[in-house]
Design a protein around this ligand. Structure first.
Ligand code: TPP
Ligand code: NAG
Ligand code: NAG
Ligand code: NAG
Ligand code: NAG
Ligand code: NAG
Ligand code: MG
Length: 562
C-alpha cells in the first residue's frame, strides 16, 4: 500500500462516505484512492465552500464532515470553514497536503506551517511523523471532532508520506474500534435537576429556548414529549427551528421580544447566551430572570448573564428527559392574555405582509408564495431551507415554518456570508430525497455563486432564489446610480442577471418580477429536478435605516411595554 491508500483505507474504516474539497499536488492521489474505495468526492471551486459544505454535513450527520485540500493557500481558504465550524460547533475534519518533511523551512512548494495556522480554530491539529502514525492520528482527529462539544480538527498530510510505498505493515485496528460509535452522552447532576425543577414549578412564565445544539443532539423526541406534557412556551434560535414544529401553539417566535422580556425562568438547551440571545442582559430580559442552562460544554455555563450555579452539564435529550421525569404532572401556567394578544396581532400583521403581492415584490410576499407553492406540489418531501443575507435571512426565518429539525441552515453564530451554496450542496448530498431550497441575498449569493457549477456537475438538484435588491442589506435607490455621487458601499450593480449566469453554468435560470411569474418558476423549478436559479427582483430599501434587533441601539429604544 502507498500512503494515499493508507489514508483511503483509514477513512473507509471510519465510515466516511463523502469528501468535500479541491485537489492539486500532492492530494490528487489521496482523492483518487478514496474514490477507488467507494467514497464520493465532491470537487468544489473554492476551498471556502468545500469547508463549509463538509462542516454542515457534519452537523446533519452527527459525524465529522471531511474536507480535503492542498496546502498553503488551500488551507488558508479552508480556514474560513474551520473557523465557522468551530464557532458553530459543527464536527469537521480538515485534511491537507503539505510540503515534504525534508523540505520544511526551505521555501518548499505551497509551504506553510499549517498546524500552527489552524491551531487557534481547532480542537486538535497534528502532523504525522510517519505513514504508520496515520491511522492513529486520523482516528484521534475524527473522534475529537465529534466527541464532547463538536468542532474542527486537522491532520497534515506531508507529500513524502502520501507518496510513501510498501506500507503493508501499517495496522488499522485503532480505526475499527470507532466504527459506528456515537458520541458519548452524559445525564445531568440529579441535585441540579431537582433545583431546576423547583424553579420551574415556582415560575409564572417559564420559557424553553431551543438551540441548534439540541437539533444536533437529535433531542427532538424528548423535547417534543416534554413540551407536550408540560405545555411550556418555547422559542427556537434560527437553526433550532423545527426541533418542535413551528405549528405548535407554544411557538413564541411571533413575539420573541415579549417572551424574552417577560419570562422569569429561561431554560436554554443547546444554545449560548451570545449576541443572538442578547447575552442574557436586561433590558432584553428582566433583571431577575433565572437561566437554567443545559449544555455539553461546562465552560459555557455561567457565561454572560447566565448563573453558573444553575447550569446543567449534559446531553440535551438526557437532561430534558430527567426534567420531564421530575416534573411529571406539572403544567406550565397559561400564557398571559396580553402576550397572547400581542402574538396574535403580530401574526395577523405578518399575514398581511405576506399577502402583499404589489410590484416590486417584497420579501414577505415572495417567501410566503414560495412556501405555499412548495406545499402544494411537494408536501411529502422533506424541505431543507438554506438561507443567508441580512434581510433575506431574517425575513425568511420568520416566514418559513419548519416542522422537522435540522431543516434550516443559515449563516449561524458568526453571521458568515458565503456558506449558502456549500451548505445546499452538502445537504443534498447528505439526503438526496430532500428538497433543498436556498434563499439567498444577492450579496450573499455572490460569495459562492460559482458553486452552482459544482451542484450541476454532481447532479445535486436544488432551487436557489436570489433576492435581487441590488445591494447589501437594503439595496440602493435606483436613482442613486445616475446622480453623479459616489455609490454607497452597500451598492451592487442594478442589472446583474444571476439567472443568465446560472444558465451558463448548466443550471436552469428564471427571471421573476411578479407573483405569477414566481409561482410558475417555483413549480417548474421544483418539478424540473435540476439545479435552478430564480432571480427575484424585489423592492430596494431606498432610505431605510440600517437596524437589526440585536444591535445595541435597539437596547436603548426598548421600553418595557408589557
Ligand atoms: C464573511 C462576511 N462578509 C461580510 C459580511 C457583512 N454582511 C452582512 S449581511 C451581508 C449581505 C447582505 O446583503 P444581501 O445578501 O444582499 O441580503 P439583503 O439584506 O439585501 O436581503 C454582508 C456583506 C458578513 N456577515 N460576512
Ligand atoms: C465566532 O464565534 C465564536 C463563538 O461565539 C467566537 O468565539 C469567535 O471569536 C467568533 N469569531 C470568529 C472569527 O470565529
Ligand atoms: C498509490 O497506488 C495507486 C494504486 O496502485 C496508484 O494509482 C497511485 O498513483 C499511487 N499513489 C502514489 C502517490 O504513489
Ligand atoms: C410560529 O412560527 C412561525 C415561523 O417562525 C410563524 O410564522 C408563526 O406565526 C408562529 N406561530 C405563532 C402562533 O406564533
Ligand atoms: C404592523 O405592521 C406595520 C407595517 O409593517 C407596522 O408599522 C406596525 O407597527 C405593525 N404592528 C404591530 C402590532 O406589530
Ligand atoms: C435585472 C434587474 O431587474 N435587476 C434589478 C435588481 O433589483 C434592483 C432593485 O429592485 C432593480 O432596480 C434592478 O433593475
Ligand atoms: Mg441584497
Amino acid at each position: 500500500m502507498n500512503g494515499s491508500q493508507v489514508i483511503a483505507e483509514s477513512l473507509v474504516q471510519l465510515g466516511v462516505e463523502h469528501i468535500f474539497g479541491i485537489v492539486g499536488i500532492p492530494v490528487i492521489e489521496v482523492a483518487d484512492a478514496c474514490i477507488a474505495r467507494g467514497i464520493k468526492f465532491i470537487g468544489f471551486r473554492n476551498e471556502q465552500s468545500a469547508s463549509y459544505a463538509a462542516s454542515i454535513y457534519g452537523y446533519l450527520s452527527g459525524k465529522p464532515g471531511v474536507c480535503l485540500t492542498v496546502g498553503g493557500p488551500g488551507v488558508l481558504h479552508a480556514l474560513a470553514g474551520v473557523g465557522n465550524a468551530q464557532s458553530n460547533c459543527f464536527p469537521l475534519l480538515l485534511l491537507a497536503g503539505s510540503v515534504d518533511v525534508h523540505n520544511t523551512h526551505k521555501g518548499g512548494f505551497q509551504e506553510l506551517d499549517q498546524v500552527a495556522a489552524v491551531t487557534e480554530y481547532t480542537k486538535f491539529a497534528a502532523r504525522p511523523s510517519s505513514t504508520d502514525a496515520l491511522p492513529f492520528l486520523l482516528e484521534k482527529a475524527y473522534r475529537t471532532a465529534y466527541f464532547g462539544r463538536p468542532g474542527a480538527t486537522y491532520v497534515d498530510l506531508p507529500a513524502n508520506i502520501i507518496q510513501s510505498k510498501d506500507n503493508d505493515q501499517v495496522s488499522f485496528g485503532v480505526l475499527q474500534r470507532l466504527r459506528n460509535v456515537p458520541a458519548p452522552r452524559s445525564a445531568g447532576d440529579p441535585a441540579k435537576i431537582a433545583e431546576a425543577a423547583a424553579l420551574i414549578r415556582a415560575s409564572k412564565f417559564p420559557l424553553l429556548v431551543i438551540g441548534k445544539g439540541a437539533a444536533y443532539a437529535k433531542a427532538e423526541p424528548t423535547i417534543r414529549r416534554f413540551q407536550e406534557s408540560t405545555n411550556i412556551q418555547f422559542l427556537p434560535t434560527p437553526m433550532g427551528k423545527g426541533v418542535i414544529s413551528d405549528s405548535n401553539p407554544g411557538n413564541m417566535s411571533a413575539c420573541r421580544s415579549q417572551a424574552l422580556k417577560n419570562a422569569d425562568v429561561v431554560i436554554l438547551v443547546g444554545t449560548r447566551l451570545n449576541w443572538i440571545l442578547h447575552y442574557g442582559d436586561a433590558p432584553k430580559y428582566s433583571e431577575n430572570t433565572k437561566f437554567i442552562h443545559i449544555d455539553v460544554c461546562a465552560e459555557e455555563l455561567g457565561n454572560n448573564a447566565g448563573q453558573a450555579e444553575l447550569g446543567i452539564l449534559g446531553d440535551a435529550s438526557l437532561v430534558i428527559g430527567q426534567l420531564e421525569d421530575v416534573l411529571k404532572g406539572w403544567k406550565s401556567p397559561a400564557l398571559a392574555p396580553e402576550i397572547a394578544a400581542k402574538r396574535e396581532k403580530n401574526v395577523q400583521n405578518a399575514t398581511k405582509k405576506e399577502a402583499d403581492h404589489s410590484v416590486p415584490l417584497k420579501y414577505f410576499g415572495v417567501f410566503a408564495s414560495i412556501q405555499k407553492t412548495i406545499a402544494e406540489i411537494a408536501k411529502d418531501r422533506k424541505l431543507v431551507i438554506v438561507s443567508e443575507g441580512a434581510n433575506t435571512m431574517d425575513n425568511s426565518r420568520s416566514v418559513f415554518g419548519h416542522v422537522e429539525p435540522r431543516t434550516r441552515l443559515d449563516a449561524g453564530t458568526n453571521a458568515t456570508m458565503g456558506v449558502g451554496l456549500g451548505y445546499a450542496i452538502a445537504a443534498k448530498a447528505y439526503d438526496p430525497k430532500s428538497l433543498v431550497v436556498a434563499v439567498e441575498g444577492d450579496s450573499a449569493f455572490g460569495f459562492s455563486a460559482i458553486e452552482v457549477e459544482t451542484a450541476v456537475r454532481d447532479n445535486l438538484p436544488m432551487v436557489i432564489y436570489v433576492m435581487n435588491n441590488s445591494g447589501i442589506y437594503h439595496g440602493v435607490d435606483p436613482a442613486r446610480y445616475t446622480d453623479g455621487q459616489p455609490l454607497p458601499s452597500t451598492a451592487l450593480s442594478l442589472d446583474t442577471r444571476y439567472d443568465v449566469l446560472a444558465e451558463s453554468l448548466g443550471a436552469k435560470g428564471y427571471f421573476v418580477k411578479n407573483i405569477e411569474e414566481l409561482e410558475v418558476a417555483t413549480k417548474s423549478a421544483v418539478q424540473s429536478n435540476r439545479v435552478c436559479v430564480i432571480n427575484v427582483i424585489i423592492e430596494s430599501g431606498k432610505d431605510q435605516k440600517l437596524e437589526f434587533g440585536w444591535m445595541a441601539s435597539e437596547k436603548k429604544k426598548e421600553k418595557s411595554k408589557l
